[in-house]
Design a protein around this ligand. Structure first.
Ligand code: SF4
Ligand code: FES
Length: 404
């Protein structure tokens, strides 16, 4: 996708256990103390990894799944029914670019029929007014459009796509004209951080109800491009100050969600709201993941929705139970009073940077690796930017750096 996966969309404040039902079909074998929700609140569906854009911070895996291996319409529709039965509330239709699937309408139709709240996360550049209208008529609830910058030339350069901003503005206007709620997603890095004030104005002008000022999270393509993307601490602080003031000023007009770059944080975020706690991710081929980047953790195996039911995988799947709750933690997390606040941070980042997913995320200042890691960010952010490695099939192989 041309943005980062919205792991912050519905991860915060997830009412664990709030979706319990009396007649859950699968017995939950997970330890009750692990606080496993009976159902995920959100399901992120990567309908395809195809995308016309090539953003260098894409959260899709480096090995993109090919079109001829994607699930069929019927398989996605069946998954929507299973999700509703399980008690999922929202589905995020994502990619790649979800509109690259000609059957997007058929999937939305079933999702709406079974009562799921549907959010389309799109690069928007290939949508037509007719298609947006049809999706709305079929029950699509919300549209989230990503932007690369509000300066057209820079937006083109970041996305590797010509005149994308113009098209995004057009689609955003249609969304509003058609009476749908709109979110703007703005992944932030050193090549667009100066535009944060203008991005906020842009969202207000388009009538968006929400903007995500989402500092890039460094895994997958973004980790590969870290030296090109890392903003300076000074630049980050300045943008953060602006965002805080804008939040006050725009109360009641625009909600501003801010995602802080881990490298400049004191404590990590509760990535995915805690592993296996509230979000499930489906890859184009149907693998069911606790996190969109979970396949980057070597040695893990993931169930496929073609072989098992969603409820069975969510409640009892090995991959979900592996880092669910807190009993897997080592020190310093194990005896930390924040362990049920941030769940030890991000497993994928811990693996990428330390080689062991059970280690404390180096984003945490209590990690023995934190200082060394934050120094790398300082150094890279002040050095001249490297060239982007653009997201494309085989693109990662061309990179000759290993930022981890
Ligand atoms: Fe969170 Fe672990 Fe750091 Fe404590 S030590 S703040 S639980 S990451
Ligand atoms: Fe996978 Fe954070 S990106 S747990």
């Amino acid at each position: 996708m041309d943005e980062q996966t919205p792991k912050h969309v519905s991860e915060s404040g997830m009412p664990v256990g709030a979706r319990e039902t009396d007649d859950a079909p699968v017995e939950n074998q997970a330890n009750e103390e692990e606080a496993c929700a009976r159902a995920p609140i959100g399901m992120l569906c990567e309908l395809t990894h195809r995308c016309p854009l090539q953003c260098p911070y894409c959260s899709n895996p480096l090995d993109l799944e090919r079109a001829n291996t994607e699930m069929t319409t019927e398989q996605w529709q069946d998954l929507m029914r299973q999700a509703a039965d399980l008690g999922v509330l929202q589905i995020h239709l994502s990619g790649g670019e979800p509109a690259a699937r000609k059957d997007l309408e058929d999937i939305v139709k079933v999702a709406a029929e079974v009562g799921l709240y549907t959010n389309l996360i799109t690069a928007a550049v290939t949508l037509t007014r007719e298609r947006v209208e049809k999706l709305r008529d079929l029950g699509l609830d919300h549209v989230q459009i990503s932007i690369q910058d509000v300066e057209p030339g820079n937006a083109d350069k970041i996305s590797g796509y010509k005149n994308g901003l113009e098209k995004k503005i057009e689609v955003a206007k249609w969304v509003k004209e058609l009476g749908m709620p709109l979110t703007i997603n703005a992944p932030i890095h050193r090549h667009n951080i100066k535009s944060v004030p203008k991005m906020i104005d842009f969202a207000v002008e388009l009538g968006a109800g929400r903007i995500e000022i989402a500092h890039v999270q460094y895994y997958a393509w973004a980790l590969l491009n870290r030296a090109a993307l890392m903003p300076t601490r000074e630049g980050f602080n300045e943008a953060a100050k602006y965002v805080e003031a804008a939040r006050e000023r725009l109360k009641g007009i625009l909600v501003i969600d801010a995602v802080v770059p881990d490298y400049y944080a004191k404590y990590p975020k509760p990535c995915m709201g805690g592993w296996g706690r509230g979000i499930v991710n489906i890859t184009p081929q149907g693998r069911v993941l606790p996190c969109h980047a979970a396949e980057s953790i070597k040695g893990m195996e993931f169930d496929n929705i073609k072989d098992k039911k969603l409820a069975e995988i969510w409640l009892n799947g090995d991959a979900f139970n592996k880092y669910r709750g807190t009993s897997w933690m080592k020190e310093p997390c194990r005896s930390c009073d924040r362990k049920e606040v941030d769940y030890g941070g991000c497993r994928c980042q811990a693996f990428a940077l330390t080689g062991d997913a059970t280690n404390t995320d180096p984003a945490c200042s209590l990690s023995s690796l934190h200082e060394e890691w934050a120094n790398v960010a300082e150094k890279e952010s002040h050095a001249p930017s490297t060239d982007f490695v653009y997201r494309r099939v085989g693109g990662a192989k061309k990179a000759d750096t290993n930022p981890a």
